[in-house]
Write a protein that binds this ligand. Structure first.
Ligand code: FPP
Ligand code: MG
Length: 328
């Protein structure tokens, strides 16, 4: 049996299918409106990890789906993901994405939003061609939740009373849902019954929750060069993520007051960031968040542990650990 020892082994296992999906990205982006491929390719070909397509294909293959059957839906999921990134960088006024200038800084907000709309519409156009209403329903409910999560995040900006539950609702919407349906669609394409479909959805959801928690930790602990985007941005933008929410819970009234001032300020100085970072460490906000992420990873692994051993299951297991340990 193939041994999966590195993330590269995971990609190798579904290499042919991923290559097919890569070809599909370019094919589906063909249009006479030249700005569309220009912006789309800038972001799609900028070294994304392709986690969602990999998740979809591995899940489908683990459940007995045929090679190639997931190509279009892999492209659909990656397009939706890309559309949300284009929109997100406008909403967040981001400068950098994946180590490159964010599309909005090169072509402006209008173009970024509109090309995001094009990718989003293309996704549904392609998904309809699958002729599977269950897939369409999964996709449409998921994108609705996605937008909901992002709007909730907007509403909670700089709100120091943001609760853990608010945070969980936000990250479930903005990140975990898309991973959940990547795995669920894998199951639907393999034609498994409802129970296994729901299990795969839960598997993807746990991975997604952990993924965003790690992302939120990295925003405090990483370095810009390794992350490919600026760090300390969540605080700057007034985004309260779990390390900080946990810290606010544990903080003394004085610490809380100082945190409130920093969170509400338009500009976060290096000194302020250092203060917040020290406090987060003091109250173990990073460790707490990492433990929560681990709980999700363990729950995900538990789900697939009940499935027959196969290289695909092994790869999914590896992917779960990879998400927990990732540093970029
Ligand atoms: C990234 O969070 C957030 C997302 C990828 C979700 C964005 C969703 C939307 C803008 C709304 C829905 C749009 C469509 C087309 C349905 P982050 O800002 O914490 O992560 P980052 O650090 O990578 O930017
Ligand atoms: Mg963002």
């Amino acid at each position: 049996m193939t041994a999966i020892a590195t993330i590269n082994d995971v990609f190798q296992l579904v290499k042919a299918e991923l290559e097919e999906a890569e070809a599909a990205y370019s094919q589906y982006l063909q249009t006479n409106v030249s700005l569309i491929p220009k912006i789309s390719e800038h972001i799609i070909l900028s070294g994304g990890k392709r986690l969602r397509p990999v998740l979809l294909i591995l899940t489908m293959r683990m459940l007995g789906g045929q090679p190639g059957a997931g190509t279009t839906m892999a492209a659909v999921i990656e397009f939706i993901h890309t559309a949300t990134l284009l929109h997100d960088d406008v909403v967040d006024d981001a400068d950098m994405r994946r180590g490159l200038a964010a599309a909005n800084t090169i072509w402006g907000n209008e173009a970024s939003v509109l090309v995001g709309d094009f990718l989003f519409s293309t996704s549904f156009d392609l998904a309809v061609d699958q002729g599977n209403l269950k897939i369409l329903k999964a996709l449409s409910s998921a994108t609705r939740k996605l937008a909901e999560g992002e709007i909730l995040e907007l509403m909670k900006t700089a709100d120091i009373n943001t609760t853990r539950q608010d945070y969980l609702d936000i990250i479930e919407g903005k990140t975990a849902i898309l991973m959940a349906i990547a795995a669920e669609i894998g199951a639907l394409l393999a034609g498994v019954e409802d129970e296994r479909q729901q299990q795969m959805k839960a598997f993807g959801l746990h991975l997604g929750m952990a993924f965003q928690m790690i992302d939120d930790v990295l925003d405090y602990t990483s370095r810009e060069e390794s992350l490919g985007k600026a760090i300390g941005i969540d605080l700057e933008e007034g985004k309260l993520t779990l390390p900080l929410i946990h810290t606010l819970d544990k903080a003394s009234p004085e610490e809380r007051e100082k945190l409130r001032e920093i969170i509400l300020a338009d500009y976060v100085s290096q000194e302020d960031f250092a203060y917040v970072y020290r406090l987060i460490n003091k109250h173990e906000g990073i460790d707490f968040t990492l433990r929560e992420a681990r709980r999700h990873i363990d729950a995900a692994k538990q789900i697939i542990a009940a499935y027959p051993d196969s290289p695909y299951r092994e790869a999914l297991n590896f992917l779960a650990d990879y998400i927990r340990q990732r540093d970029r």
